[in-house]
Design a binder for this molecule. Structure first.
Ligand code: RB5
Length: 148
């Protein structure tokens, strides 16, 4: 798969480790930054990956900030994005199976490297289950389309 990764200053090191891990798994990684530890604004990076995912330039995205929350909120403002913050592998699997999340996010100040890798792997290995879940994901999209 072609996977976008991005982060703020809180997650430069973890993003680099996750990017290497994704490559080890055989994926193509598109890095949207930042690669500097100087303080920066996470919405910039959430939006970049959100737009890449929504445009179909990549298959999915991985976003990391201090908590995973700010950067995922920013990405979720892009129409078509379903970014989910996960701090455990069960949630990572379920956000794909039930919510068809197209971006997974987590916090570099919350999860360690090994758990972060397991979260990414659980997400990538899972498949959207469709059926009743499709209707609910469609309903989320309808809310987006009604948004002013
Ligand atoms: C940066 O200090 C921090 O606020 C950011 O990484 C993130 O945790 C926001 O949600």
């Amino acid at each position: 798969m072609r996977i976008a990764v991005a982060n703020d200053h809180a997650a430069v090191e973890l993003k680099s480790k996750i990017a290497s891990y994704l490559k080890e798994l055989g994926h193509e990684v598109v890095n949207y930054g930042t690669d500097e530890t100087k303080s920066c604004d996470y919405p910039v990076y959430g939006e970049k990956v959100g737009r890449a995912v929504a445009a179909g330039e990549v298959d999915c995205g991985v976003l990391i900030c201090g908590t995973g929350v700010g950067i995922s909120i920013a990405a979720n403002k892009v129409r078509g994005v379903r970014a989910a913050v996960c701090s455990d592998t069960a949630t990572a699997r379920l956000v794909k199976q039930h919510n068809n999340a197209n971006i997974i996010a987590f916090g570099a100040r919350i999860v360690g490297e090994e758990l972060a890798k397991d979260i990414v792997k659980a997400y990538l290995d899972a498949e959207f289950m469709g059926d009743r879940h499709s209707k609910r994901v469609d309903m989320i999209h309808e809310i987006e389309m009604r948004r002013q």
